[in-house]
Every structure is written in structure tokens, then in C-alpha cells.
Design a protein around this ligand. Structure first.
Ligand code: GLP
Length: 244
């Protein structure tokens, strides 16, 4: 695992965007694995700025997002489809038909997951998977558990995640209790993983991911077995890692 120290959120966003931009430049028809949350917003802003300067072309790029709340439509401003449109897709020349997010409006979980797995299997593989990390070490919405789940599945969100994500909703009751998420095997099959993390509330999760035992209780710890992981994080997020 390569660890790149960033001075602050802006520096993290710039450095991580440069890595993602280089993948797009090297392979214009790449498949990006994309993430939501506050951590990647600055990275997306940097990509949009590079596009506006004429440095990046998204016309042949495809994307597969990590997750979506079950029960939210793409028009709901808390859905991850809305987030992606608003924070990236509406501002670059990506063909939205080539952008994929699980269908939050599909009530049949088995069908929603099978449909998303079919999209993943039909792709030529994820060239770079962007990840944030939850306070409890979750990636996508793979919550702490007694096992790792391979492919797309429906999860019950933990109290810690509901608490962390309630800031985006009017009331805590509005936070969906379930989500569809890409599984760990799919994430591990990405050719490269790029994680961004910022702030002291991520320090325990980052320590578990980098130095802790590989355990489904800290789902990100499995990334220790991935051959090509780059973590871009600020000092606060790295404060509990002793091996750097
Ligand atoms: C959500 C998302 C994750 C994200 C995490 C951290 O739970 N499903 O993909 O990494 O939040 O979000 P933030 O970057 O806002 O701290």
C-alpha cells in the first residue's frame, strides 16, 4: 500500500485527482469506480477544472458507482445518483448512459443486486476504484460484519453510519436504513484502488485498514491484500498509523 501524505483537504483532493486524471489520460475508454460522501467532492472539482481547461476528455469513459440508498430515486437530492450528477457528471462530457449507480428504486433487493452485478460483469473491469472510508472502516456500504460479501448486496446500515450520514438529511428519521452496495470481491478486482481520507474521525478506521488485522469487522483492512492501493490522506487521518 502506498501512502501519500497530504497537507489538508485541498492538497489531498489535488493529489488524488492527479492520479485519477492520469488513468483517464492513459486509457481514454477506462472504467472508473466512483464513490460518494464528502471526501471525494474536492477531487471531482479538480477533475471538472481539468476538463474545463481542456486537459481531460470523458467522452469514452464509463463509470460504476459503489452504492445507493435503497428507496431513494435518482431525483432525490440525497440519492447517490443525484450526488454524482451534481458533483461530476453534469459538468463534464461523460455520456450518462455509460454511468452506473445501483437502482435505489428497485424494491426487490435480489433483482437490484443481480442487475447491478450484470452491469459489473459486462464491463471490462474497473481500472481505478475510488474509495472513501466510514468511521467504522466501511468501504462502499460494506459494514462491519463476521464475513466479507463478494458481490452486490443489500445491507442494513449501522447506527454509526446513520449517525455519520444524518448531517446530509433534514432529520435522522429521513436517513434510509438500507442500501445496495458493491461487494468486496468486486472492489478487490479493481486494477487500482485510490482511497481519500481526511480528518481525525477517520484515524481509527485508517489505522485498522493499514496496520490492523485483516478482519471483516474493519472491511477496509482487506485492502492490505490488494496489490495496488494508494491512500491519500491528511495528517489527522494518518495520526494513529505508526508504520510511516
Ligand atoms: C458513506 C458512503 C461511503 C463513504 C462514507 C464516508 O457511508 N457509502 O462510500 O466513504 O460515507 O463518507 P465521508 O467521505 O462523507 O466521510
Amino acid at each position: 500500500m502506498r501512502i501519500i501524505k497530504a497537507k489538508d483537504y485541498d492538497d489531498m483532493s489535488r493529489k488524488a485527482a492527479a492520479i485519477m486524471a492520469s488513468v483517464i489520460t492513459l486509457k481514454p475508454d477506462c472504467t472508473l469506480g466512483l464513490a460518494t460522501g464528502s471526501s471525494p467532492v474536492g477531487l471531482y472539482q479538480n477533475l471538472i477544472a481539468a476538463y474545463e481547461r481542456g486537459e481531460l476528455d470523458f467522452s469514452k469513459v464509463s463509470s460504476i458507482n459503489l452504492d445507493e440508498y435503497k428507496g431513494l430515486s435518482g431525483d432525490n437530492d440525497q440519492s447517490y445518483r443525484y450526488f454524482m450528477n451534481h458533483n461530476l457528471f453534469d459538468h463534464v462530457n461523460i455520456d450518462k448512459n455509460n454511468t452506473h449507480v445501483p437502482n435505489g428504486l428497485e424494491p426487490d433487493s435480489e433483482k437490484a443486486c443481480a442487475d447491478y452485478n450484470a452491469i459489473i460483469h459486462a464491463s471490462k473491469g474497473i481500472d481505478i476504484q475510488l474509495l472513501g472510508i466510514g468511521r467504522n472502516g466501511h468501504i462502499g456500504f460494506n459494514e462491519p460484519s463476521d464475513h466479507f460479501t463478494a458481490e452486490t448486496h443489500c445491507v442494513d446500515l449501522t447506527e454509526s453510519t446513520i449517525d455519520a450520514n444524518k448531517r446530509f438529511f433534514e432529520k435522522e428519521e429521513d436517513v434510509p436504513r438500507q442500501a445496495y452496495t458493491m461487494g468486496i470481491k468486486t472492489i478487490m478486482e479493481a486494477k487500482m484502488v485510490l482511497m481519500v481520507a481526511c480528518g481525525a474521525d477517520k484515524a481509527d478506521a485508517i489505522k485498522g485498514m493499514v496496520e490492523g488485522p485483516v478482519t471483516p469487522q474493519v472491511q477496509a483492512s482487506i485492502l492490505q491484500f490488494h496489490p495496488n492501493v494508494v491512500l491519500v490522506a491528511d495528517e489527522a487521518a494518518l495520526s494513529k498509523v505508526t508504520s510511516i
